[in-house]
Design a protein around this ligand. Structure first.
Ligand code: HEM
Ligand code: SF4
Length: 574
C-alpha cells in the first residue's frame, strides 16, 4: 500500500477550513461550474455539482458546456421538520430547483437542479428557515438519523433529543459556511479557529450515525458507521448499545471493497452518548486510511485492525470502559403506513412516497396536497429512513381536516399497494447522479409492477419483501441489506442480490449478473413460486432463499463476495 495521501487530503489541507476559492468561484458566472477542488469542498457545505445526464450527449454534440446544476441536501437531524419548513422547502423546490422534493434514505431533503447563480440565495433561504446544509455531505459526520415517531412515547422524544445533541456536537466549527453562504463576517487567518474534533483535514471519509429504538430498525443501523440502540426498561431509556463499522459502498469487480454490517460492541449510559460519538469519530480520524478513498471508511479500519482493537482503543480515548452489550431484538427495517394514535391521544399518518419523490403528477398532485396540509397542520412532518413521510402529531380536532385533504389529493389510500412496493427504496440515480451506471428511481416502479403481478398470482401480495435498487454499487439506497437488491451495472443492466435479512441485520449476496428487465422476471418468477409453495410458517423471503440454497448467508463483510468465487452464474434455482 502506498503511503501517499489521497488527493482529497491535499484539498482539505489547503482549503483553510473548507473555504478554498468557493466565494470567488460562485461569483464567476462565465461558467455554470466550479473548480475541481472547490467541487470537493462544496460537499462539506451540503451540495454537489451535477449535470443533466439526459441531455449531456446533445450538448456535447453542439459543443455546449454540460448543463451544470447543483443538488442541495438539507440536514434534518432525526428527520423532524415543522410545517413552516415544509412550506419553505416546497417553495424553494419550485422557485430554484426542478419543482420536486426528494426525501432521502437518510432523513434529509434534497433539491435538484439549482443553477449556480441561485445557489447562494437558496442556501441562505434554507438557513432563514432554521435548517442548514453544512456537513450534509463530505468527510464529516453527516445527518444524524433516528426513529421518526417521537410522539409515540416519551422514549422516542428522548431519542430524538439525543440524535440532535450528537448532530450539534459534531457539526464542523469552521466559520467558512457562514462567510460563504450567509455573508458572515470574514475571519482573516485560520489561526483564530480550530476544529476541536476534526482537525484541519476532517475525517478520512464520510461518517454516518443513527439512533434506533427496537423493535424497529427503520434507520438500518447495521449500514452505518456508528449507531446507538436504545435499551428501554419500564418505559425509561437506561442506555444504548453501541454499534460500529457498518457501511455499504463497494466497487464492481474490486473484491477489496465490500459492504459490511456493524458490530455491536458495548453499552453506554444516556449521559455518555455524545462523548462516545465524539471519541468514535476521533478513533476513525486518527486511524482511518487517508491514502485510498476506496478503503477509507471506518468499516475498513475495523476490518483491518479487528473489533477487539477498536473496543480497546475506544476505551482508551474515553478513559472508561463501555459496559457489556444488553439484549435487544429488531423485527424489521420498514415503515408502518396509515394512521396510528399514540399514548397521548395524538394522531400520525404515514404516507407512502414512491422513491421519496414529492411531485405533482397528473391525477396525483401529492406535492400540492402536502403543501395544503402544511398550511393547516399544527404538528410536524417526519422524514423516514425509507423515503416516506409521517404527518405527525395531529390533534383530534385537526384530524378530520387532514383526512379531508388526504382524500381530496388522492393520498388517503397511499398505502393501498402491494407489500413489495411499500417495502421498496430507489436511490436518485439518473439523470442527476454523476456516478449512476443505470436507472434506479425511474426504473424500480416498473420492475415492481412486473413482479407484483407475479406475486399476486401466487398469493404473495401482502407479504413484505424488502426490494431496493440503486444505479451503482455505492449503495445509497442500501441495496445490500435488501431481501431483493438490484445494483446497476450499465444501461438497463443490473446485478441481482438475494438473501438480505428482513430486520436489516444480514447482507445479501450476488445471485445473478447483468440482468435486463426480462431476465429479472424470468429469474425471480420460479423463486417466488417456490417460496409460495414451500416456505415455512412465517419464513421471510431473505431467509428462504438461503435455506433452499439459492445463495449462502453472508456472515460478515469479507464473505460478501464468496458467491463470485464459488459460482455466480450457476443456475441454483433449477
Ligand atoms: C462511495 C460511496 C458513495 C458515493 C460516492 C455517493 C455519492 C452520492 C451522490 C453523488 C449522490 C447524489 C445523487 C443525486 O441526488 O443526484 C448520493 C445520494 C445519496 N447517498 Fe450516496 N454515495 C455513496 C454511498 C452512500 C451510502 C453507502 C449511503 C447510505 C447507505 C448513501 C446515502 C445517500 C443518500 C441518502 C442519498 C440521497 C438520495 C437518496 O435518498 O437516494 N450514499 N450519493
Ligand atoms: S447509489 Fe450510485 S447511482 Fe445511486 S445515488 Fe448513490 S452514487 Fe448515485
Amino acid at each position: 500500500m502506498s503511503d501517499k495521501l489521497s488527493a482529497n487530503e491535499g484539498i482539505k489541507t489547503r482549503s483553510n477550513y473548507l473555504r478554498g476559492t468557493l466565494a470567488e468561484g460562485l461569483q464567476d458566472l462565465s461558467t455554470g461550474s466550479l473548480s475541481e477542488d472547490d467541487q470537493q469542498l462544496l460537499k462539506f457545505h451540503g451540495t454537489y455539482q451535477q449535470d443533466d445526464r439526459d441531455i449531456r450527449a446533445g450538448r456535447r454534440a453542439h459543443k455546449l458546456e454540460k448543463a451544470y446544476s447543483f443538488m442541495i441536501r438539507i440536514r434534518v437531524p432525526g428527520g423532524v421538520t415543522t410545517p413552516q419548513q415544509w412550506i419553505e422547502v416546497d417553495r424553494m423546490a419550485d422557485q430554484f430547483a426542478n419543482g420536486t422534493i426528494k426525501l432521502t434514505t437518510r432523513q434529509a431533503y434534497q433539491l435538484h437542479g439549482v443553477i449556480k447563480s441561485n445557489l447562494k440565495r437558496t442556501i441562505k433561504e434554507i438557513n432563514d428557515t432554521a435548517m442548514d446544509t453544512i456537513a450534509a455531505c463530505g468527510d464529516v459526520n453527516r445527518n444524524v438519523m433516528c426513529n421518526p415517531n417521537p410522539y409515540l412515547s416519551d422514549v422516542h422524544a428522548e431519542v430524538l433529543k439525543v440524535s440532535q445533541a450528537i448532530s450539534d456536537h459534531l457539526t464542523p466549527a469552521t466559520r467558512a459556511y457562514h462567510e460563504i453562504w450567509l455573508d458572515g463576517e470574514k475571519i482573516e487567518t485560520s489561526e483564530e479557529e480550530v476544529e476541536p474534533i476534526y482537525g484541519k483535514t476532517y475525517l478520512p471519509r464520510k461518517f454516518k450515525i443513527t439512533v434506533a429504538v427496537p423493535p424497529s430498525n427503520d434507520v438500518d443501523i447495521f449500514a452505518n458507521d456508528l449507531s446507538f440502540i436504545a435499551i428501554v426498561e419500564e418505559g425509561q431509556v437506561v442506555g444504548y448499545n453501541v454499534a460500529v463499522g457498518g457501511g455499504l459502498g463497494m466497487t464492481h469487480g474490486d473484491e477489496k471493497t465490500f459492504p459490511r454490517v456493524a458490530d455491536v460492541i458495548g453499552f453506554c449510559r444516556p449521559e455518555q452518548v455524545v462523548d462516545v460519538a465524539e471519541k468514535v469519530v476521533m478513533v476513525q480520524r486518527d486511524y482511518g486510511d487517508r491514502t485510498n478513498r476506496k478503503h477509507a471508511r471506518f468499516k475498513y479500519t475495523i476490518e483491518d485492525r479487528g473489533v477487539e482493537w477498536v473496543k480497546a482503543e475506544l476505551n482508551k480515548y474515553l478513559g472508561y470502559e463501555l459496559e457489556d452489550v444488553r439484549d435487544f431484538a429488531f423485527e424489521d427495517n420498514g415503515d408502518r403506513f396509515g394512521w396510528v394514535k399514540d399514548d397521548k391521544g395524538r394522531h400520525h399518518y404515514t404516507l407512502f412516497v414512491q422513491g421519496g419523490r414529492v411531485i405533482d403528477l397528473p391525477g396525483y398532485p401529492m406535492k400540492t396536497g402536502l403543501r395544503r396540509i402544511a398550511e393547516i397542520h399544527e404538528g410536524d412532518f417526519r422524514l423516514t429512513a425509507n423515503q416516506n413521510l409521517v404527518i405527525a402529531n395531529i390533534s383530534e380536532q385537526k384530524r378530520h381536516e387532514v383526512e379531508a385533504l388526504l382524500e381530496e389529493y388522492g393520498m388517503a389510500k397511499s398505502h393501498d399497494k402491494s407489500a413489495l412496493r411499500l417495502a421498496s427504496i430507489a436511490c436518485v440515480s439518473l439523470p442527476t447522479c454523476g456516478l449512476a451506471l443505470a436507472e434506479a428511481e425511474r426504473k424500480l416502479p416498473e420492475v415492481i409492477e412486473i413482479l407484483e403481478n407475479k406475486l399476486e398470482e401466487v398469493g404473495l401480495r401482502h407479504d413484505s419483501i424488502t426490494i431496493r435498487m440503486t444505479g451503482c454499487p455505492n449503495g445509497c439506497g442500501r441495496p445490500f441489506l435488501a431481501e431483493i437488491g438490484f445494483v446497476g451495472r450499465g444501461p438497463g443492466r443490473y446485478n441481482l442480490y438475494l438473501g438480505g435479512g428482513h430486520e436489516g441485520h444480514r447482507l445479501n449476496k450476488l445471485y445473478r449478473q447483468d440482468l435486463d428487465e426480462k431476465d429479472i422476471l424470468a429469474t425471480l418468477s420460479p423463486i417466488f413460486d417456490h417460496y409460495a409453495k414451500e416456505r415455512e410458517e412465517g419464513e421471510r423471503f431473505g431467509d428462504f432463499v438461503i435455506r433452499t440454497g439459492y445463495v449462502s448467508a453472508t456472515k460478515w463483510g469479507g464473505d460478501f463476495h464468496d458467491n463470485i468465487k464459488e459460482d455466480a452464474y450457476a443456475n441454483k434455482s433449477s
